[in-house]
Ligand binder design. Structure first.
Ligand SMILES: Nc1ncnc2c1ncn2[C@@H]1O[C@H](COP(=O)(O)OP(=O)(O)OP(=O)(O)O)[C@@H](O)[C@H]1O
Ligand SMILES: [Mg+2]
Length: 248
């Protein structure tokens, strides 16, 4: 098992953002996490990446308990994330932004990477990654010069630069029109390999249902269902959560 989230609960003051959630993911899987606003999807992802400590429960990566580990330790062990809000460094080109991520993996710190950036090797690797995500032609452009869709691809390339076993994506399709979203979704699906898994948090149900073989549904912090996509989408509780009814 690549990732095992076991009975995780997160409380923020009086709010239970994540309630006793468990989730297992193997190698080569693409899992979609869906659920209404405020369901605790991002909080669950932050528990996996180490940005939020769970109130209770454990997280295991490749069988090792990483619950108390720092974000850096997790990245070195194979985790990568792409955030809901895209924030590249404005004074660096797209290729340089990716090169910094390549460097931070090797040197353990983006700040050391920035000062000692070995332009050649890392820029070459960065350009290859930008090609892989479909925006190689914009390698020398600055973030302010490219459309949002390109910044989303940049975010993917930066995640790939960490050579992860598991990539966590939080709403990578948000803000894209339907054609761009479909293209981005295809790109994400193509990045899954026998060795690399992806967790995709997304509100664009059409695309999640199209590309994800399995879905994990969250509502009010709880898990409503986890299983094959068609089966989950046919679950009356899941439908009720989306219609705002509440099934129980
Ligand atoms: N740092 C925090 N401090 C206090 N409350 C928080 C914090 N982060 C999240 N919450 C609360 O936890 C709940 C779950 O939020 P979260 O952002 O995880 O939901 P989400 O499913 O990602 O929602 P969305 O689909 O809108 O992104 C919400 O009630 C939110 O207000
Ligand atoms: Mg969120």
């Amino acid at each position: 098992m690549l990732l095992n989230v076991s009975k995780v609960t997160v409380q923020f003051g009086g709010v239970t953002a994540v309630a006793d959630l468990s989730l297992e993911i193997g190698r080569g899987e693409l899992i979609g996490i869906i659920g209404p606003n405020g369901a605790g999807k991002t909080t669950l992802m932050r528990v996996i990446t180490g940005m939020v400590r769970p109130t209770s429960g454990r997280v295991f990566l490749k069988g090792t308990d990483i619950t108390g580990w720092t974000i850096d330790q997790r990245v070195r062990s194979g985790l990568a994330l792409a955030q809901q809000i895209v924030k590249p460094l404005a004074t660096f080109t797209l290729a340089e932004n990716v090169a910094l991520a390549c460097g931070s993996r090797r040197m353990g710190s983006p700040w050391r990477a920035m000062t000692t950036l070995d332009r050649k090797a890392e820029l070459e690797q960065a350009k290859a990654l930008l090609e892989l995500v479909g925006i190689g032609a914009a390698a020398h452009d600055y973030p302010s010069e490219v459309p949002l869709g390109y910044l989303k691809c940049l975010e993917l390339a930066r995640a790939l630069a960490l050579e992860p076993d598991l990539i966590l994506l939080d709403e990578p399709l948000a803000g894209l029109n339907q054609a761009e979203a479909a293209e981005m979704a295809d790109r994400i699906a193509a990045l899954v390999t026998d060795a690399r898994s992806i967790i995709l948090i997304e509100h664009n149900l059409r695309e999640v249902v199209r590309i994800c073989p399995r879905l994990f549904v969250q509502d009010h912090g709880r898990n409503l269902d986890f299983g094959p996509t068609q089966q989950v989408m046919a679950n009356p509780k899941v439908r009720a959560a989306y219609l705002g009814g509440g099934a129980d």
